[in-house]
Design a protein around this ligand. Structure first.
Ligand code: FE
Length: 161
């Protein structure tokens, strides 16, 4: 077999996940950033690092599909549960559960890899929807941010399948 005979629909991605260029982190709320790793428009699934640089309540939300997480730095918890996700913790979040992400007082920065499918639905305290994110809103946020900071809007294309 000769090289380059495979025409794969989805070429691989192998990158340094923790960026050395801070412009790659996309702001999504005050003190909250994400770093795109994989944005699958075919299935609605995406992988990103979430970085939070202050303690306190981050978001109350629900997702209709399973979420998987792996903590690289710092810690966080859901107000609805007793456990704390710490560095090297693996987390499975079942679909349909409403929970409130919180970073403890003694943590000034957490970074977690999340693998998400479908969407994130943000809720207020009465469980009314106040916002949502999906792979397409993520792509739009990345493109706008990279356009603005000089990386170029098409910087996001390498993560899109
Ligand atoms: Fe969640």
């Amino acid at each position: 077999m000769t090289g380059s005979t495979h025409q794969l629909a989805s070429p691989e991605i192998a990158i340094n996940a923790i960026p050395t260029d801070d412009r790659i982190w996309v702001p999504q709320a005050p003190n909250v950033f994400f770093r795109p790793l994989f944005l699958n428009t075919l299935t609605g699934q995406w992988c990103n690092l979430l970085k939070v640089t202050k303690s306190g309540v981050l978001s109350r939300h629900v997702h209709p599909a399973p979420v998987f997480g792996f903590v690289l730095k710092g810690s966080w918890r859901y107000l609805e549960h007793d456990w704390v996700a710490e560095k090297d913790s693996f987390v499975f979040e079942p679909p349909g559960e409403i929970h409130t992400l919180t970073v403890p007082d003694d943590c000034d920065e957490m970074i977690t890899l999340f693998n998400i499918s479908g969407c994130m639905v943000y809720l207020d305290e009465d469980n009314k929807q106040v916002g949502y994110e999906d792979v397409f809103t993520k792509i739009d946020m990345c493109r706008a941010h990279y356009e603005e900071n000089g990386l170029g809007g098409d910087y996001v294309d390498q993560f899109i399948r």
